[in-house]
Design a protein around this ligand. Structure first.
Ligand code: ATP
Length: 242
């Protein structure tokens, strides 16, 4: 393997995984993943159930230490650091299932997210400006809101931490198509603001139009990586028999 010297003035990718192997218990489920999220880019991480998308997200967010390989964030080798430390470095994840607290109100969910980096008032103002629906429902229990509203709350919580990169896992899960479109409109707006996004989706057609790059996983390996149009072509020939 050759390592070229970084170009002077070049911005390091926000995320760079090289040769990542990771296991759940005894069973290795990622078998040497290479994946790069350039600064400000949206990368779609695609693949069927069980391909390893969520496991990649866990490795990037520091929840699952890799057995081997390296993780770089903004050019810095951070392999082995904890989830708290990755969050401090600006990696923010919305896990599958959204990670909102059902028994807390919208405001309380925002309070919990506020942490030490931003003040609550500022967080609420930013959240309600971006998502007026949340402002109207600030005292409603999160668990009684619709799936789309909960996803908006999850995004609001994440954005309150002013992330450098968002890890979004299966945002469309359990949502009606019309709601998925609304959620994806928000993602497109965030991408346009320059936040780098790693977007895991089982349904490629939802994620690809938004992506700058796409990575197709199967069986814990990258089977294709490149421009979204190329990966879409690969998907239709490999999986749809086109
Ligand atoms: P999905 O789209 O269904 O969420 P995925 O691409 O996100 O799938 P992963 O959840 O990363 O896939 O799972 C990859 C493999 O690891 C699967 O075979 C899965 O059964 C296994 N796996 C995931 N989590 C665990 C766990 N906690 N313990 C044991 N095996 C696990």
């Amino acid at each position: 393997m050759t390592h070229s010297a970084p170009t002077p003035g070049a911005v390091a990718p926000v995320i760079e995984l090289s040769g990542i192997r990771a296991s759940h218990g005894e069973i290795e489920v990622l078998h040497g993943i290479d994946l790069t999220v350039p600064s400000g880019a949206v990368v779609a991480l695609l693949g069927p159930n069980g391909a390893g998308k969520t496991t990649v997200m866990k490795v990037v967010s520091g929840l699952l230490p890799p057995a081997s390989g390296t993780i770089r964030l903004a050019g810095r080798d951070v392999t082995g650091i904890t989830a708290t430390e990755t969050a401090r470095l600006g990696v923010c994840s919305i896990p599958e299932g959204r990670g909102v607290f059902a028994n807390l109100t919208v405001r309380e969910n925002l309070w919990v997210a506020a942490g030490h980096r931003v003040g609550l008032e500022e967080l609420e103002e930013v959240a309600y400006t971006r998502f007026p629906r949340l402002g109207e429902r600030r005292d409603q229990l999160a668990g009684s809101m619709s799936g789309g509203e909960q996803q908006m709350l999850a995004l609001a919580r994440a954005l309150g931490t002013d992330p450098a990169v968002l890890l979004l896992d299966e945002l469309s899960m359990g949502l009606a198509l019309v709601v998925v479109r609304q959620v994806y409109d928000v993602i497109a707006a965030l991408a346009a603001e320059g936040i780098a996004i790693l977007l895991a989706e089982q349904f490629a057609r939802i994620a690809l139009p938004l992506a700058d790059h796409a990575v197709l996983l199967a069986g814990g390996r990258v089977v294709h990586a490149g421009a979204p149009a190329d990966v879409e072509r690969e998907l239709s020939t490999t999986y749809l028999g086109g």
